[in-house]
Structure formats: C-alpha cells, structure tokens
Design a protein around this ligand. Sequence first.
Ligand SMILES: [Mg+2]
Length: 362
Amino acid sequence: MEITSASTVRLKIPFSDGGAGVGLFPTKWSSLDFVLLKLETSDGITGWGEAFSYFCAESVDALLNRSLLPLLPGLDPLDIEGVMQNLQHKVHIIGRYGITMFALSAVDLALWDIKAKSQGAPLAKLLGGRRRDKVPAYASLVRYGDAGLVARLSERAAEEGYGTIKLHEITRPEVAAARRAVGSDLAISTDVNCNWSLPQTMDMLPVLAQLDFAWLEEPVFPPEDYETLARLRNNGVPIACGENACTQWQFRELISAGAADIVQPSITKLGGISEYLGVETLASEAGLTLTPHSPYFGPGYLATLQMMAVSQHEQLFEYLYIDREASVYADLPVPENGHVYIPDGPGLGMDPDLDVLERFSV
Ligand SMILES: [Mg+2]
C-alpha cells in the first residue's frame, strides 16, 4: 500500500461559551479552528488527522502544504515509525516544537487511522485491546473572569452529572465561587495558563488547598520552567503540566525534573499517537497520573479516547465546555452523566461528516 494523495481541510466552527470569550487567547475566542489532514492510499483507505490550530490555523496549514505533504505520496503508510522519523528529521531545522510538531501530529494521527482501518479494527485493538467502553469526563470551563458566571456554569455542569470540573480562573473570587456553587462533592481544579509569578503561586496554593482543589495546572511562565514547577509541588495541591511539551524528549526532561504530579500530553500538539505512547510509558514508569489535554473536537478527540480505552488505569477526559454550532462527526460521543463513550468503528472510531466539512471550510 502507498500514500497516493495528501490534502488539508481548514475549518472554522463558531461556538458560544456563555461568557465574553476573552481571557484565554490573544484575541476574542469565538470559533474553533481546525486543520484536518486527509491521506488517501492505493488500497482505497482514507486516513484523517488533526493538528492543533487554535489561533494558528493559517501557519499550520501552510507548513503542512509547503513542507510536509509533498514528501508523502509514494510512502508506505503502514511504516509509521519510518515515515515519522524521516519527517521529523527533514524539518528539524525549522523548529522542533510548536507549529512544526502540531503539523506532524496530524500526519501521525492519519497514519494510525489508516493502519487500524487496514485491519478493519478500532485503533484500541491494535494497541492491545480496549479495557473499557467509556471514561469519566471533566467539564473544562473557559475563563469567565466573573464569579457569578463561574458559579452558574459550575452548577450547571454539576447538574449535568460531571464529577470533576476544571476552571481557567486566576483570581480568588472566581475559584471560591465555584467551590461554593458545587459544594464539597465535586472535584475542582484550575488552569492558570502560565499567568502567575512564583510569589503569586505561593500565595494562591494555600487558598486552593483550603478549597480542596484537585490540581493546579500550568501556574507559571514559561511552561518549560520545570525547576520552578518542581518547587511548587508538595504544597497541598498537585501540580499538572505538559500540554505545551512536545515529543518524548521534552516529557523526559519534564518528568526527570520532577515538574509534575499529573502529566498532560496533548495528542494534536506533541507529535501524535506515536509520541503519546512513549509519554504514557515514561509517566507510568515514574508512577505519575496521566490526564490528557484534549479541548478539541476532531480526530484528536477520537485518538485521545482510543488511548484512554487501552490505558492501564482509568483516566479523566478533558471536554471543552462550550456549545458548538456544528460537529465534525455526525455522532460524536459527548459526555452524558459525566462519562463519554469510546467509539469502536475502524481506525480512530468514526469518519468526518463531509457535509459539515464543506459547510464550515475556510
Ligand atoms: Mg491547560
């Protein structure tokens, strides 16, 4: 079998989050940017991948089309390791991490999709077989910066059956409002997206410990300041990080520096399934909890679920708590009663809805 064609689909799907849409990204965030990758093969199998693309879709798309896709036709899609090592090597001079690795993640996901489809099996089966049909999901709320809204949406997520919610709040009134709203039964965490200094974090840790927060995510900038993260551990709240780390190389540094209680690889950012599997091994050898980063809704969402189907321990799935105008998949499983079903169709589990791709393509 060989790859016969490679192309991208850029999508923009509007969403609402119940708030003002500001705080998390450089500008207002009101639509989901996707770069999907479509690989076709001589056997008639189509593989789909996704590159992390929020606020960088044009760049990711350009890198794929300019530098990566021309290298693919004629290659054997079943030789995933060979193809990926070759691509990683060929583009290392334009930067190992960030947008380069987002683009490479899409290629890796599409190759695994093809490999599983060539065996007529869901990806989980190739990786040892599924140990579970569904996993607990947490509601990942955006940043509202408004204690009233935080309370209302936390309460709504609790009523919908989530056992865990994650805030992106960075100030005391908001984190306290969430705990007041849901009582003591729910697990709550907050993701700071690197907005605090070390002294600010040391001030906030006792507050979060008092509120019984389950973890504190990426408190300080830069996210690869593993030494500081290591100093922040053992202060009453577990430290989570990893969504901005790429490849097993960076995760090896992160883990050996002792930077994390909870490791958070992002399958559309770190280099795809191949790199993710390596990170799982590293985390498990170090005895760390792994909670994937997955606030996206394309092939990366499905691939993350396939990884969670085979993981040794049950893990928590991150579900971005927004209302999308459309779904890339006609039957995308979304959390019900705090759990999300893992699809078991061939490949990543299901294929995109071509009408939606056409309607929302840029
Ligand atoms: Mg995060």
